[in-house]
Design a protein around this ligand. Structure first.
Ligand code: C2E
Ligand code: MG
Ligand code: MG
Ligand code: MG
Length: 292
């Protein structure tokens, strides 16, 4: 953070600033080593079908277990990974880890739903991104239906040609794409017509008060109606209360995720949840009247 001293441009030594800078450098150095030290891991948050309560997806959310600072939020370190040019490397690790996790769960008979993987703008707009995705899926023996990619709408505004080409390639592979944090960026609605995406994820900012605030309700309703008109799926993020869920159900939102159902969870907890879910479904299958 630069300190401006007005027109004199005289920059005095500032011990607070200096210690901030050295702290920041230390933080960056820690981050550079985080991957090699095995300090990064993925948590998973269930995505649920509003109508049935069925778990249809798991969003992979990156976590950094810092040895001294504890758990660091991706909102803090993902932007720094981008600045340091490390996001491609970490992004590939995230996708590969999600693919491997999916396979492990498959092999244990847990019937995992598909995993949604966040992709940073820098990673997505890099030439060859679609090929990288294809290579990782092939190397890990992962079906295209086992993963979904989440990009933010601001990506669409950046490098349109690269963006369309990459999206087309991913679609040709058979991957589904969700537009994350929808409604917060600057992208024009006409982008939705040109870019082949599958799902709009309504940003948490609009969901938080959708059942009590008329403006937020109007925005949610407008997004849902837009999505319906364009044949896109809808998922509301950040659902915390039954009131919000009820509003979304009434307005025809198809999927949701949020603390109301489950917080993002470490692997062992997901496994317990998937095991429960499987037993629920299989107990239903014991009824001879319900064929599968
Ligand atoms: P996002 O992709 O929009 O993820 C949703 C965020 O909302 C997550 O924060 C999640 O923990 C949080 N959340 C979910 N339900 C609720 C709720 O009911 N209430 C509240 N208050 N929050 C809820 P998280 O895990 O801290 O991640 C923040 C952001 O960091 C993500 O936003 C995404 O943009 C980025 N991120 C996370 N993992 C990755 C990754 O692997 N790669 C990249 N490029 N970015 C990532
Ligand atoms: Mg996301
Ligand atoms: Mg989101
Ligand atoms: Mg968000």
């Amino acid at each position: 953070r630069a300190k401006s001293n007005g027109r004199g441009h005289c920059q005095l030594f500032d011990p607070v600033l200096a210690s901030e800078i050295s702290e920041r450098l230390e933080f960056e150095n820690d981050l550079r080593d985080a991957l090699d030290r095995g300090e990064l891991e993925l948590f998973y948050q269930p995505q649920v079908e509003v109508g049935s309560g069925r778990i249809v997806g798991l969003e992979a959310l990156l976590r950094w277990r810092h040895p001294g600072k504890g758990m660091v939020s991706p909102t803090v370190f993902v932007p720094i990974l981008e600045e340091l040019g490390l996001i491609e490397l970490v992004g590939e690790w995230v996708l590969r880890t999600a693919c491997r996790q999916h396979r492990v769960w498959r092999e244990r008979g847990l019937s995992p739903p598909r995993i949604a993987v966040n992709v940073s703008g820098r990673q997505f707009l890099r030439l060859g991104f679609a090929e990288t995705v294809e290579r990782i899926l092939t190397e890990e023996g992962t079906a295209v239906t086992a993963v979904e990619l989440e990009i933010t709408e601001t990506v669409l505004a950046h490098d349109t040609d690269v963006c369309i080409e990459t999206l087309r390639r991913l679609k040709r592979l058979g991957l589904e794409i969700a537009l994350d944090d929808f409604g917060t960026g600057y992208s024009s609605m006409s982008y939705l017509k040109r870019f082949p995406v599958d799902t709009l994820k309504i940003d948490r900012a609009f969901v938080a008060e959708c059942d009590v605030n008329a403006e937020d309700a109007a925005i949610c309703t407008a997004i849902l109606s837009l999505a319906r008109g364009l044949g896109l799926k809808t998922l509301a993020e950040g659902v915390e209360t039954p009131g919000q869920l009820e509003f979304l159900r009434r307005e025809g939102c198809q999927f949701y995720q949020g603390f109301f159902f489950r917080r993002p969870m470490p692997v062992e907890e997901v496994e317990r949840l998937l095991a429960e879910d499987v037993s629920l479904i299989s107990s239903r299958h014991f009824k001879p009247t319900v064929p599968e």
